[in-house]
Design a protein around this ligand. Structure first.
Ligand code: PLP
Length: 370
């Protein structure tokens, strides 16, 4: 068979280790998963009751227009219904954008390290990829702009960025958007938007009014705690949405996801509580890093990237055997760092205690010349 030859260079997405498999392998009673930036507090109780009282039928296809959810998101964001596109997670929207705009002969510009799916989809579509290294953990928008030419179709801006947790400031983003040519779609991936505390952050929805070549991606997987139900959305000028819609599968958001996301949106108190607990959790990590003299990137998300001054896989393995699943920075472009999701206060304390033990062990090994 004549597979696209670029497929042969790709490996499938490597999921974080599952709780069950780690339990078994290391004979542990309790496992804490801090690897995929899921919400440690689950989701709103309103979601659970909405799913009970509006049980969607298993045998019936979902509403392909997401009518009720669309109505809620549109009023929540104060946008028109035709300025929204929904996806089976925002991953799906990244795929729809790539499928719609990328092909051999065009290029796409992105930061590196950043979220892996931009590159993955661009490779599948056969586009040329221009990766611009982060500058102090942040997008280097000047260099990204310089990489744009007549053949550039999409630029990806991940803010706050995964895996560094850093964000693009309002001034820098606006300076950039002012310059990007109209034929280039700028994708602003805001998967962690709801966690942001920074003062100089922008109103991205407002920006979609000023810049007709901007699409903002958001998700119900992170602060809303609905990762398993797969709901994300994009906000953009109507003409962008119209162009993308034919590339969307007709029933790409399942009925349970639609009901759950709508109910989740209605509980902003839950969102605020999670945001505040996350901020306190980040401080637990920062205090530890200061004490241990470890470098980290100040984060606007629910994870933190910590340089442990040691082989990331070694640190990962040590924590795994103590019952904490985190992400090794190796595959993320930071070979001596760990990306750890902020958990509950107790989980944070636990993972930091274990990390402290690892650091002590490393120091002892160094002193004895190993
Ligand atoms: C988690 C994440 C996503 C994907 O979220 P889904 O909506 O679950 O597909 C997209 N972008 C970034 C940067 C993420 O971290």
């Amino acid at each position: 068979m004549r597979w696209k030859k670029q497929l042969l260079t790709l490996t499938p997405y490597q999921p974080g280790k599952s709780i069950e498999s780690v339990k078994k392998q290391y004979n542990l009673e309790q496992i804490v998963k801090l690897a995929s930036n899921e919400n440690p507090f689950g989701c709103s109780n309103k979601v659970l009751s909405a799913l009970q009282s509006n049980q969607p039928g298993f045998a019936i296809y979902p509403d392909g227009y997401m009518t009720s959810l669309r109505d809620s998101v549109a009023s929540f964001l104060k946008v028109n219904q035709d300025e929204l596109i929904f996806g089976n997670g925002s991953d799906n929207i990244i795929q729809i954008i790539s499928r719609s705009l990328l092909h051999p002969g065009v290029n796409t510009v992105m930061a590196t390290p950043s979220f892996s799916q931009y590159k993955h989809n661009a490779v599948i579509e056969g586009a040329v990829i221009r990766e611009i290294p982060l500058l102090d953990g942040e997008h280097d928008l000047e260099k990204m702009y310089a990489a744009i030419d007549d053949n550039t179709n999409v630029v990806w801006v991940c803010s706050p960025n995964n895996p560094t947790g850093t964000y693009v400031s309002k001034n820098k983003l606006i300076t950039f958007l002012d310059k990007v040519p109209a034929h280039v779609l700028v994708v602003l991936d805001e998967a962690y938007f709801e966690y942001v505390f920074a003062d100089d952050y922008y109103d991205s929805i407002e920006l979609t009014r000023t810049y007709p070549n901007l699409i903002v991606l958001r998700t119900f997987s992170k602060i809303y705690g609905l990762a398993s139900l797969r709901v994300g959305y994009g906000v953009a000028n109507r003409s962008i949405i119209q162009a993308l819609e034919p590339a969307r599968e007709p029933f790409n958001v399942n009925s349970f996801g639609q009901v759950a996301a709508k109910a989740a949106l209605e509980d902003q108190e839950f969102v605020q509580q999670c945001k505040e607990k996350n901020r306190q959790g980040l401080n637990q990590f920062y205090d530890f890093c200061k004490q241990q003299e470890l470098n980290y990137y100040p984060s606007q998300t629910n994870f933190v990237l910590i340089d442990i001054n040691a082989d990331a896989d070694k640190g990962f393995q040590f924590l795994l055997e103590k019952g904490y699943i985190v992400r090794s920075g190796k595959a993320l472009g930071f070979p001596s760092s760990l990306r750890i999701t902020v958990g509950s206060a107790e989980q944070n304390e636990g993972v930091l205690k274990a990390l402290g033990e690892f650091l002590t062990e490393q120091k002892t090994a160094q002193l004895s010349g190993n």
